[in-house]
Design a protein around this ligand. Sequence first.
Ligand code: THU
Length: 137
Amino acid sequence: MANDKQPTDKQIMEAAGRARQHAHAPYSNYSVGAALVDERGQIHIGCNVENETYPLGTCAEAGAIAAMVVAGGTRIQTIVVAGGFDDLATCTPCGGCRQKIAEFADANTRILMIDETGDWATYSIDALLPASFHMPG
Ligand code: THU
């Protein structure tokens, strides 16, 4: 349930930007920050953490989701993804992260990322991951 102290989109974007500054991305040089707001209005952040053994790297969204879960959050109201090389560029969540977001998203979850004009675009999980997997029954 939402509380009356919802962070603004600007605050969530700033949190994603701050998280991005901590990205460990020495192999791709592509730094990503993610900030999400859970059902209680709490912000959780993550950044990509690469590894010398490349496949072991983790995405920013995965870090933010893990932070939400360990803090007791269960649903994503809004998630902002901010990535790029030096400057911010369009960074759409990878396929794996779309599935990870879907686990905690519903039709009202807002997924924000910068677009090619530099503005922020909002997507639903159904737009990013149509016909997604759900266990039958
Ligand atoms: N990356 C993310 O953190 N999130 C995404 O959704 C897309 C990609 C990271 C993984 C890797 O560290 C770098 O960006 C380049 O792929």
